[in-house]
Write a protein of this length. Sequence first.
Length: 392
Amino acid sequence: MDTSQKTGKPPRRSPRLVSWQWATPEAQAILATRNLSAILKYYRRVHGDSQTQTGELLGYDKTYVSALELGKRHLNDVGSLRHVAERLSLPAHVLGVTDPADADHRAMLQFGQSTVRLAEIARQSGHATEAVAELWPLVARLEARARDGNTEREVLHLLAHARLGLGTALGNVLPEERLATAAHWTAQSLDVVRIFDDPALTTTALRMHGNELRKSGLVGAAVHRLTHAAAIAPNQTERAAVLPLLARAAGTLGNQTLFDRTMEEAHQLLDEVDHTSLVNPTALYEIHLRGLIATGRAEDAIQRAEASSPTPTMSIAPQWRVIELITSGRVRLLAGDHRGATELLVGAVREARAQRLPHQLQRALRAAGDVLPDARESAEQALTQLRTEMAA
């Protein structure tokens, strides 16, 4: 039986639709007035409701709704205001009602923002598993609020960042066959991001989602998202953050023209923006080597690797060290240096095992192939151990 039949109340709209409509900039400006007349008119316009339909939702007749909109009648008692807020999926304080849950709500926002920041620090420092453990409960709590319709713009903003963080952290700790889960969470963030009309946030979401798509094997879709992110980036810093990932996806796709053009611009921007874990000479060096191999230019990769490698301009995140070791091992193998390749790959396996990075262990396993048995055995053992722990 429908809930409305049990309670006698008309069915409520989808919380996702209602709450997200309230999160738009236009709605926020109207809510800021705390004017019930304006709020009711906006609600009806967005949903295409008549005064009769809105009255049915609120339990009022059409005449009373009309009087409220015209300012001829006013709601002053706390019970009525709280009732209207609940039926319209609004926090009670918007209509001037002090809600005991407000303090908890504000505390959750502050706690959530700190959680997202600390989780990203943990992921960058090689503790992606801990990041997932912190972000998952936060995402679940925020999504529960969204399902109930009790949400605001700042809550949805936090939800977008939390989903992105969770997806990216999962992209570090999941094996390749499960990386679609990481892409799922970053995709979920895009559903929220679209309502904000914020180029920087949209660029970030597209960038992170595009990278997870690449890792899950959807390379064409990844290039599409990353190209879009680069095109709408509001400044050089945001664009610089996209280009390395776009170059990597273009290389994986075998698009030599896009790869070369993107790498050239990425190197040019190094002198114009602050360096980050992704935008720095060391990261671009690894991306360039891998892209050269992927686009059929192994000799160029070997020559570049044999030349002096760039001087690090900042501390490199542990997972980047693993990525670099695997790529360098591949180059050494292409150059015929089996011993050097084995040393690099075994070192990568050791660090990937310590950091619980199954995807990188799988990369190392592929790089070793049948020609580097010691590296292959090391990667297989580490991957088996990690799978066993993940299944426990």
